[in-house]
Design a protein around this ligand. Structure first.
Ligand SMILES: Cc1ncc(COP(=O)(O)O)c(C=O)c1O
Length: 487
């Protein structure tokens, strides 16, 4: 046996290679409130709930009690009345998956099992909805947005027909930080008898305290479900989100998300979410934080985010060659090169992201995306703004300006030669999709077989943009799969 202390030392050693989770230096993935007491409270609550199994809240009633209180908090926050019900899930993806599954069951109840329903969403909607369509057998119908990510409600409303099981809008969309026109889309969907899901996984625990926004939650007629992640701006550790169902069919919709069977040899199974046995620790941590912060606590933390957003936008406005994409609200912004100035003055967002790593800051590369129909959303860098960033905001804005000066005029990475080499090997548009061995060979050819936390990513992103999607998806899957192959 290995000594417990040695095992933990080894974990500490491994953790030293991770990007910093606290202090706001990583502007994606992590959501640091900046309050140590919240982390300590979450740890203590998670530990208390550690031995429980969320599989059966009749045996462990504390689980049902915490879930009721979390759902109660979320539905007040999102202006849902007493008819709004919901579940605690393991994260944003699971909440989105279950919203789609529930809508598909209700659609089948109305239309039978013969046809194939459609899922309509803006092209900026989170990838979780593509996954949901794939898993639950719907046709995914993405609606193109303007190059700045703006969705024209008429474009999405024009797609609403009898075969649509669910229409999705975001509050806000992750890639752009833009709030979709919920007030136009949801009532139009309701008039056609189509449910409307607001994906507030990202903004659900921030936008309720953001001033002067148009209504986007259960106040809007036609909004039938909302997802909101406790493990993002709810400031809980990973593994917890909520999915709420409202409207006339709210209870029916929530039931449709369940799986139940008495048709096997074991205990009767009722799973409200996708998992069977599940940890109650993330729920306990999320519950404790909502109890502790309450409305006032979230309002205060949102105030800190608003101040950082103002500072960052003011800084970007002063940087020649760099602009904010569209007009975001809330805690995300995307920056792009200013195409109105000569190339020598432009700041390429991916060059900027790579240069910031050397200064101790990580913003997130987003490849350009050519939508169905051909309109391109340019490649950008995403910034998730957290309360913890406020402390270092002066240092961050100075780094942003200095790194922009460093890369101004450097052209975007060009993966043209690499993409041509891959085309020559048969992996071009309409060509082959590489299997595991070929994908690994192509990654090595691209010099991307090893990517660590500090690796420059501009070239890999440019390659992703140029390759046919099935090829780039195979390469990225291979990259990730190899990481967990035993050495
Ligand atoms: C708008 C939106 N929806 C869904 C998700 C998926 O959430 P998760 O990563 O928790 O599965 C995200 C994640 O960033 C998001 O921003």
């Amino acid at each position: 046996m290995r000594r417990a202390g040695d095992v933990l030392d080894r974990l500490r050693e491994l953790r030293a290679a991770d990007a910093p989770t606290h202090g706001g230096r990583v502007l994606s993935y992590v959501y640091d409130s900046g309050l140590d007491e919240l982390d300590e409270l979450a740890d203590a609550a998670a530990r208390l709930a550690r031995p429980l199994n969320g599989l059966d809240p009749t045996v462990f009633p504390s689980i049902a009690a915490m879930e009721r209180e979390v759902i109660g908090f979320a539905r007040r926050m999102l202006h849902g009345g007493r008819s709004v019900v919901g579940s605690v899930t393991s994260g944003g993806t699971e909440s989105c998956l279950l919203a789609v599954k529930a809508a598909r069951e209700l659609w089948r109840a109305r239309h039978g099992h013969e046809g194939r329903p459609r899922l309509v969403a803006p092209a900026t909607a989170h990838a979780a909805f593509q996954k949901a369509a794939l898993l639950f057998d719907l046709d995914y119908d993405p609606v193109p947005c303007a190059p700045d990510g703006t969705l024209d409600p008429a474009d999405i409303i024009a797609r609403l027909d009898d075969d649509v099981a669910l229409v999705v809008v975001s509050a806000p969309a992750y890639p752009t930080g833009l709030l979709d026109p919920v007030g136009a889309v949801a009532p139009a969907a309701a008039d056609r008898g189509i449910p409307c899901h607001v994906d507030a996984c990202f903004g659900g625990f921030v936008l309720p305290w953001w001033p002067k926004l148009p209504a986007w939650d259960f106040r809007v007629r036609g909004v039938t479900s909302i997802s909101a992640d406790l493990h993002k701006f709810g400031y809980a550790p990973k593994g917890v989100s909520v999915l709420l169902h409202g409207g006339r069919d709210g209870r029916r919709s929530r039931r449709a998300q369940f799986f139940a069977t008495t048709r096997w040899a074991g205990y009767p199974v009722v799973n409200p979410t996708l998992l069977g046995s599940r940890s109650a620790s993330p729920l306990a941590a999320g519950w404790a934080i909502t109890q502790h912060l309450g409305d006032a606590g979230y309002a205060e933390l949102t105030g800190a985010i608003r101040r950082t957003a103002t500072a960052v936008r003011r800084t970007v406005a002063g940087i020649r060659g760099l602009v904010v994409l569209g007009d975001p609200v809330g805690p995300a912004i995307a920056v792009v090169a200013d195409e109105t100035v000569p190339p020598a003055d432009r700041v390429d967002p991916h060059r900027l992201a790579d240069a910031l790593v050397g200064r101790g800051w990580k913003i997130q590369h987003q490849p350009g995306f050519t939508q169905p129909g051909g309109v391109r959303i340019p490649h950008s860098a995403h910034l998730t703004l957290t309360p913890a960033l406020e402390q270092g905001i002066g240092e961050f804005t100075a780094a942003l300006a200095a790194a922009s000066d460093e890369v101004r005029g450097v052209p975007p990475a060009d993966a043209g030669a690499l993409a041509a080499a891959m085309r020559a090997l048969g992996y071009g548009e309409g060509g082959r999709v590489p299997g595991p061995r070929a994908a690994w060979m192509l990654l090595r050819l691209a010099g991307a077989a090893k990517v660590d936390a500090d690796a420059p990513l501009a070239t890999l992103m440019a390659l992703i943009e140029r390759l046919p999607a099935p090829v780039s998806e195979a390469l990225l899957s291979e990259l990730l799969a190899r990481l967990s192959d035993p050495r």
